[in-house]
Write a new protein. Structure first.
Length: 485
């Protein structure tokens, strides 16, 4: 046996097949993005989000179980989390005065009033409501007082911190939340519809979510005393010249630092770069938006946010692979194409008492050329029906007319309904293999056969097998030549 000649022949084949395999691998890598990728984006609101949960997408379902939404936070949003500051329940919000067990400034029973025209009552979620009865007019004043505490040290360093909703406010009315000393001096946060003054202004309009935190040593001292504040003996809510209704969710005079309600990313200096700004105060009604929940700090680590809205995206890559149905078939009936693929991708959103969605839309960037799409359609409200058995589809194939363009698939999504997007595609070899690989990696078993070439990857499996066989043959030949076998 001429082992030299055989060795040369086998080595030549090894080099040839290695080159082909390498080229095929490059083609596959270049086409790795070639798979249907519909995305459902929405603003997702959890009415009872617990900050101790491991994911911002965790919620409690209707059976009382904690589950996680099959989606991801929209990473392209600068500040994907939004909430109203007064809708955050946290332990320290009502802990003042901290040195008195069983006493809370948010407990209505701790407050006294100057007359029948004003009341202090318990509101929802441990909050305090201070309201007048409609009889306060210009020139009249009425007061609610909390005095079951005494601060005698570090008054200048401590903050007057308050979070409140202004439910009603007459045009001429003023509300002052005063930190009073024993001889009539005070510093105050103000609610006044006609005021634009910002130093101590909590709010100048009705709405939810106002927050003021001011170091008392930097606030103007008013009142009838000696003009200095070295101790604090009471908090007064004074309503003047009109009626008002205010709900307080946080009140604290003990704290030497400010609560941080999160960090917002914003262009604050018009340089087109985003800066990070701590949110300590809120002077406009409504929700604030932050970059990360973790930026709220340890104070809120066990808090409940009653209405956390998160920008979310539900895409193919976030799905459980078992929910995706697909079928790949090799074909020789379509010149220029390697095979066809039929793919059914779920796009619905769940429903539960605690959660809701707004501005939900399913979209996709067209990844293939127009001729690859034989059919694209969607179906809503199919229930438990296997998508292959659904008869009624809304065809949108004509929308796929330009590669890389954005296509709206469905903008009438109803949470709680099972919906699907259906694709029938004719693909070239690299696209075919990339799509199959992507879907297989989701964990789905798939729905159909591959035709010629089987499920193992067609020509790539054949090349890999031939390559391995030649390597084994060459190895055996060298072993024989050396007398090993």
């Amino acid at each position: 046996m001429n082992t030299n000649r055989l060795t040369a022949a086998l080595l030549a084949m090894l080099v040839l097949v290695s080159a082909v395999a390498g080229t095929a691998g490059v083609a596959l890598a270049q086409s790795s993005a070639g798979a249907p990728m519909p995305e459902t984006s929405a603003e997702y609101t959890n009415e009872n989000y617990n900050m101790s949960w491991s994911s911002p997408l965790t919620y409690e379902n209707d059976q009382g179980e904690t589950v996680t939404l099959d989606a991801r936070v929209n990473e392209s949003a600068d500040n994907p989390y939004s909430f109203v500051a007064t809708d955050v329940e946290f332990e320290d919000a009502g802990a003042f005065p901290h040195d008195k067990s069983g006493v809370s400034a948010l407990d209505a029973s701790e407050w006294s009033t100057s007359g029948a025209s004003i009341s202090a009552t318990d509101a929802d979620r441990g909050q305090l409501n201070i309201a007048t009865d409609g009889s306060v007019t210009a020139g009249t004043t009425t007061t609610a007082t909390f005095d079951n505490f005494s601060i005698t040290s570090d008054v200048q360093k401590k903050h007057l911190a308050i979070a409140a909703d202004v439910n009603t406010l007459d045009a001429g009315a003023t509300v002052e939340i005063r930190a009073m000393d024993s001889d009539g001096d005070y510093v105050a946060a103000t609610v006044n519809a006609s005021s634009a003054e910002s130093q101590n202004l909590l709010a100048n309009q009705t709405g939810e979510g106002f927050v003021l935190q001011r170091q008392m040593g930097k606030m103007s001292v008013m009142g009838s005393g000696d003009g200095t504040m070295t101790e604090i003996q009471s908090v007064e809510v004074v309503v003047m010249d009109g009626d008002a209704d205010v709900t307080v969710s946080m009140l604290n005079l003990d704290k030497m630092s400010k609560y941080t309600y999160g960090v917002e990313k914003a262009d604050t200096d018009d340089d087109d770069d985003l800066e990070e700004e701590d949110i300590h105060e809120v002077d406009s009604p409504g929700a604030i938006s932050i970059h990360a929940l973790s930026s709220m700090g340890d104070t809120f680590s066990e808090a409940t946010i009653n209405g956390l809205t998160t920008d979310i995206v539900k895409s193919t890559s976030t799905l459980d692979g078992e929910d995706v149905e697909y079928e790949f078939n090799r074909t020789e009936d379509r010149p220029g194409y390697y095979g066809t693929a039929t793919v059914y991708i779920p796009s619905g959103l769940p429903a539960a008492y605690d959660i809701s969605f707004s501005n939900a839309v399913t979209e996709e960037e067209q990844v293939f050329l127009e001729d690859r799409y034989l059919e694209v359609a969607y179906a809503e409200g199919v229930g438990d029906t296997n998508p292959k058995d659904v008869d009624s589809w809304t065809d949108i194939t004509s929308s796929y007319s330009e590669q890389d363009a954005n296509v709206t698939i469905d903008d009438t999504i109803q949470p709680g309904q099972t919906s699907y997007v259906k694709y029938r595609l004719q693909l070239q070899q690299s696209e075919y293999n990339a799509a199959q690989s992507f879907l297989s990696n989701l964990g789905s078993g798939g729905g159909g056969g591959m035709g010629p070439g089987g499920t193992g990857g067609g020509i790539f499996s054949w090349i890999n097998g031939l390559y391995a066989s030649i390597v084994a043959a060459v190895g055996g030949l060298f072993a024989r030549a050396k007398g090993v076998v």
